[in-house]
Design a protein. Structure first.
Length: 168
């Protein structure tokens, strides 16, 4: 999966290979092989060879793919962008003929589907939960409407940009 991360007003190209328990992260062409251990409450240990880093992730925003990261005594505001969506002009709540498509912001695993086909939903209501890099992200409906289709079941592996739910 290739993404663009904006950090301190500069963009960085990121590629992730999420083979558990090791994550291969390529940042601006530099490879990092990391073991990621979840400590709970947004805290993680990142182990790269003999180096160990404690990391805290907070303020995850489903609509903007933005969050805060505290690492090595510094705080960072990070925004993640899927380049495929930049090229196509779509966003996680892209409207197409009156419908809204909720897409996976990154590769991961569907852990819960919170709605069923035919359910009425309100704008901002959670509809599906995707886990990526041991973080659970509740994806929300960008508009009030009715669930037209659900394209992934709990336990399914999804890729960045996959349409998970359609709201009409």
């Amino acid at each position: 999966m290739k993404l663009i991360a904006e950090l301190a007003n500069s963009e960085h190209e990121i590629s992730l290979d999420l083979d558990e328990p090791v994550v291969i992260a390529t940042v601006d062409g530099r490879n990092h092989e990391l073991e990621v251990r979840e400590l709970g409450n947004g805290d993680y240990l990142l182990i790269e060879g003999s180096r160990v880093f404690r990391c805290r992730v907070s303020g995850v925003s489903d609509t903007h793919n933005a969050f805060g990261v505290a690492l090595r005594g510094r705080n960072y505001d990070v925004s993640v962008i899927d380049p495929k969506r930049l090229r196509s002009g779509h966003t996680s709540g892209a409207h197409h003929h009156g419908s809204a498509q909720i897409v996976s912001p990154m590769p991961g695993k569907v852990v819960r589907v919170l709605v069923a086909v035919g359910d009425s939903v309100e704008a901002g209501q959670g509809v599906i939960v995707v886990e990526a890099m041991k973080m659970q992200n509740e994806l929300k409906s960008p508009k009030t409407g009715v669930v037209a289709s659900i394209n992934a079941d709990a336990g399914a592996t999804v890729n960045a940009g996959d349409v998970l739910v359609v709201i009409e």
